[in-house]
Design a protein around this ligand. Structure first.
Ligand code: GLU
Length: 352
């Protein structure tokens, strides 16, 4: 699962967001990006494939600054992990930008509809349609807030979003339908993030956005409403953890935290991959292997070591039960030195 960090205030936003994204690195990612507005209205975006340090290098070569912005580490579900597909994503005007955690299940239908009204898409992601939908509603003279509400009414799936409209300065709209969104309340500065650690060194007063809610954040205040526009009173809490405790999520030991995190880790891993409505599985990285190819495989070998070997064993039980195809799990360290019996219709999966 990806990470989102946003900030509105008076501090320089770039180091703050990069530092925040680093604290979310544990969630895993394949690319990263940042959008910053400076001089009140210039919107600038930097993105990079791979590690966060690649994004830092991109920013070092082409600096940006500003006092509000949004950042993202991506864990691709739709579209390859490339710089073009890295968030933030823009509308046609380049004024509306969005970062997204989750999956939009009906993005293909929405994309087809928007293409008919001359929207141009430049990425392979499901996320990009969000910016274009907002653009469409802004064109109908809706306010930024209304346009975001109209947009969420069109989406099916799960999403945590942070959105900027460069024509509405010093404002971020955060949205939650599924993945967590935490809002940090500082002194004339506000934070939005996927988890508490990026916020904690700046403020200890936070609240979690509920499902079906959105927060309109600007320099002076945060207002929370539900998707129908009704006001919501957020349950603000003071976090008393020190930074080490925060890393441990309030647990006494990392081991205990990891034990309790198992349901979430499993949920986060599959969340962007399975449609809760249709049960459809999305494996974009394997788009070059067709369904017919998958059906042809008569046996599967999994080569792995250590923990991934144990994961392979769990995989063997599941695959055999679901697909009725025999699965062997081999030690990868041995596999490379022997002469395994492999046929044309065998699938070999390497795990690490
Ligand atoms: N579905 C989006 C994408 O593939 C967001 C993935 C994420 O949560 O990082 O870009």
């Amino acid at each position: 699962m990806c990470g989102i960090v946003g900030y509105v205030g008076n501090k320089q936003v770039v180091p703050l967001i990069i530092d925040g994204l680093r604290k979310l690195e544990y969630r895993g990612y394949d690319s990263a990006g940042i959008a910053v507005v400076n001089d009140g209205h210039n919107l600038e975006i930097r993105r990079a494939e791979g590690k966060l340090r690649n994004l830092e290098e991109t920013i070092r070569l082409s600096p940006i600054d500003g006092t509000y912005g949004i950042g993202h580490t991506r864990w691709a579900t739709h579209g390859r992990p490339t710089e073009e597909n890295a968030h933030p994503h823009r509308d046609c005007t380049g004024r509306v930008v969005v970062v997204h955690n989750g999956i939009i299940e009906n993005y293909i239908q929405l994309k087809e509809r928007l293409r008919k009204t001359d929207h141009r898409f430049v990425t392979e992601t499901d996320t990009e349609i969000i910016a274009h939908l907002i653009e469409e509603f802004l064109k109908q003279d809706q306010s930024f807030e209304q346009a975001v509400r109209s947009m969420v009414a069109e989406l099916r799936g799960i999403f945590a979003l942070s959105i900027i409209n460069a024509d509405e300065p010093d404002t971020i709209i955060a949205v939650r339908q599924g993945p967590p969104v935490v809002i940090g309340l500082g002194d004339r500065e506000f934070f939005v993030a996927s988890d508490i650690p990026p916020i904690l060194q700046h403020t200890r007063d936070v609240f979690f956005l509920g499902d079906g809610e959105l927060a309109i954040i600007n320099k002076d205040a945060v207002r929370v409403i539900d998707f129908e526009g009704n006001p919501v009173q957020p349950a603000i809490q003071r976090i008393t953890w020190d930074p080490i405790m925060a890393e441990k999520g309030g647990f006494k030991h990392f081991m205990l935290k990891e034990i309790y995190e198992q349901p979430r880790s499993v949920r986060d891993t599959v969340q962007g991959r399975i449609s809760l409505d249709s049960g459809q599985v999305f494996l974009d990285e394997f788009s070059n292997i067709t369904e017919a190819d998958f059906k042809r495989f008569s046996s599967i070998k999994i080569a792995a070591c250590g923990t991934s070997w144990h994961a392979g064993l769990a995989g063997k039980y599941m695959i055999e039960q679901l697909a009725r195809v025999p699965v062997d799990v081999d030690y990868a360290s041995e596999f490379r030195y022997r002469n395994p019996v492999m046929g044309e219709d065998d699938l070999l999966i390497f795990c690490w």
